[in-house]
Design a protein around this ligand. Sequence first.
Ligand code: PMP
Length: 314
Amino acid sequence: MNRSLSQCIGNTALVELKTIGKGFRNPIFVKCEHLNPGGSIKDRLAKAIIDDAEERGLLKPGMTIIEATAGNTGVGLAISAASRNYKIVCVMPEKMSLDKRVALKALGAEVIITSNAPPASPENFRNVAIRLARDNGWFLADQFCNPANIKAHQTTTAVEILEQTHGKIGAFVSGAGTGGTITGVGRAFKIALPQVKIVLADPIGSSLADWVETGVLGPSGSYLLEGVGQSTPPENLDREVIDFAERVSDEESFAMTKRLIREEGLLVGGSAGMNVVAALRLAARSDIDGPIVTVMPDSWDRYRSSAWMQDERL
Ligand code: PMP
């Protein structure tokens, strides 16, 4: 009783993939971030960014918060802002799903859609958000650079996983959009468990996998997965904590998402499928000893109108 919604963020379940992970050398455990109140892992950092900005006096009731988002951070900001009298403006590239736009509008956020422009273009969603924040005196949540994003994962997501596994982890694998999850969890794990492998799951078409492994950005192409991969490294992605990368295609990711839904009852989105494809590769490796842990970043309701979700052949 008397729990506020913000107290319901985090402390998510960690469950074993009993069917999909069967027969592999190492078990696979998934952290059910889709069960957060806003339906994604982004609830954690949205709350952390608002709390931090309030503490530092950058955000006061009545102000407008603007963010460049693939959609989930916008939902996280909107649910944390709902009881605190902030207006939310979300800038989203057009590739993001219709369901995310509908969710954000239902939450009362203003949604601005940009073209899928590259980072150097003034029309890129991040540049549009920066410009609007500057011109209107709005608070830019800035998940790509704000250290509160990394800290949220280092002090909550990582701590919960360490408790839930009693510190028995062979590898942690995750995609990167802002890099907050893999950097925050990776830093905490490298301190607590120096032998653990931290692995980036990256969509084929993203430039990050090559950059992580060689320091040189890979070619950038198009892909359908949302919220993960980049053509340039975000400030919140720390290359130093990552041991190597696994490259995963849209097709493999979407087919695995369908399996997670059907065979495990996990109602998750596309990047969860990508993470599990990478986790299965690690589960088979003889040089990794111990459970493979990954995250289910968001919920299937964000993608119900997407062609891949509706494709019955997958
Ligand atoms: N999956 C989805 C669906 C996301 O929206 C995001 C965040 N953009 C991620 C994964 C990646 O998380 P992070 O930003 O912490 O790297």
